[in-house]
Design a protein around this ligand. Structure first.
Ligand SMILES: Nc1nc2c(c(=O)[nH]1)N[C@H]1C(S)=C(S)[C@@H](COP(=O)(O)O)O[C@H]1N2
Ligand SMILES: [Mo]
Length: 357
């Protein structure tokens, strides 16, 4: 295998590689915040390697390692088990990366790496129960079918969860998204969905679940997806989504700059807020830095973003709109991006420039 150079952080212009990754990994257009459930075609997608070509007929899910009864399950077997549907907001841990400088060379999300879907499938714990986890099982590894090279190591995209996390009732092995079979880019035919966690935990194109007697040391688990202040430090694993919020930019955009134009009148600013750590407790809207409370819509279950709205009497001139959410654990969005070498967990408040005429 040829040697792949290390990636030093970038100041300044985007590289061709970043643009190519951005084109492959589409974000959710912010106007789609209007949908309670993001239509599948507008849901952001993040794909490290290639989308694997899997056939429902020949595909099987293997369960092995430290289990009493190794299993091989077809899609039909899984669909025949207890089914739950959950509305879940997923956000990429790298969302907001492009707002940092220097930025890490990876998918340059600005703020669009978040969406909400209704996932249907069998609770993971039912499937683990059918296989019977042995008491020596310390970690459960979820292997995707997609393969590639990162940090000079060829591997399939695999992540693990300790039994305590994996056995929660709200994790799904999902075979449907918004009532339809999973689209290829979202994990056909089966994916894991881990509510409240950053998206990397929700392994797509699931092929094999393996219980092991030690912490999994795969690239995507032990090296990637860690918060790090300096390169090379051990870091803290990314887990729950930090409190965050977005507003649907009002008015109409300038095509190239996305600068917003709107008429001087009363407008309703609408957006969504979410946190993997606790329910949303408060959302504020700022016009030119003056904060005031927005009105919260009813919560949409324990795992989905919450709508909010605020009226604004738009007066002629240049303005900056911002929103800031607080969760019930007291976490509040920072005004500036928290520093992270690879650009994970940027939940700084969004800033939208508007011109009122
Ligand atoms: N097999 C596999 N699963 C994966 C990934 C991947 O590249 N391969 N990307 C992960 C990341 S980083 C995110 S943010 C979510 C994105 O899910 P989505 O594309 O359905 O929005 O999938 C996760 N599951
Ligand atoms: Mo991600």
């Amino acid at each position: 295998m040829s040697r792949i150079p290390r990636r030093p952080p970038i100041v300044g212009r985007y590289t061709l590689e970043e643009v190519a990754l951005a084109a492959r990994n589409s974000g959710m257009p912010l106007e789609a915040l209007r949908h309670d459930v993001t239509p599948a075609g507008l849901h952001y997608s993040l794909i490290h390697f290639d989308i694997p070509h899997l056939e429902a007929q020949s595909w099987r899910l293997a369960l092995g390692g430290l289990v009493e009864r190794p299993l091989s399950l077809s899609l039909e077997n899984l669909r025949g088990m207890r089914t739950r549907t959950l509305r879940v907001t997923l956000e990429c841990a790298g969302n907001g990366r492009a707002q940092l400088s220097p930025r890490y060379p990876s998918i340059p999300w600005v703020e669009e790496g978040v969406s909400t879907a209704e996932w249907s499938g069998v609770p993971l714990r039912d499937v683990l129960g059918a296989a019977g986890l042995r008491p020596e099982a310390k970690d459960i590894v979820f292997h995707g079918a997609d393969r590639g090279i990162e940090r000079n190591v060829e591997h399939s995209f695999s992540r693990s969860l300790v039994p305590q996390d994996a056995l929660r009732e709200d994790l799904l092995l999902a075979w449907a998204m918004n009532g339809q079979p999973l689209p290829p880019q979202h994990g056909f035919p089966l994916r894991l969905v881990v509510p409240c966690w950053y998206g990397m935990a929700s392994v797509k194109w699931l092929e094999r679940i393996e219980a092991i007697d030690r912490p999994f040391d795969g690239v995507q688990q032990a090296h990637s997806y860690h918060f790090r202040k300096v390169a090379g430090e051990r870091g803290v694993p990314c887990r729950l989504m930090r409190v965050n919020s977005l507003l649907a930019p009002p008015g109409v955009p300038d095509f190239y700059t996305r600068q917003r134009m709107l008429n001087a009148e009363r407008v309703e600013i609408f957006g969504r807020a979410w946190s993997g750590e606790a329910p949303i407790a408060r959302v504020e809207l700022a016009v030119n830095g003056a904060w005031r409370d927005a009105e919260l819509d009813a919560p949409a279950g324990g795992y989905a973003w919450r709508g909010w709205r605020a009226a604004w009497d738009a007066a002629p001139g240049e303005h900056e709109l911002s929103c800031r959410a607080t969760d019930a654990a007291g976490n509040v969005q920072p005004l500036e991006p928290p520093w992270d070498v690879t650009g994970f967990g940027n939940n700084a408040v969004q800033r939208v420039a508007v011109r009122v005429v």
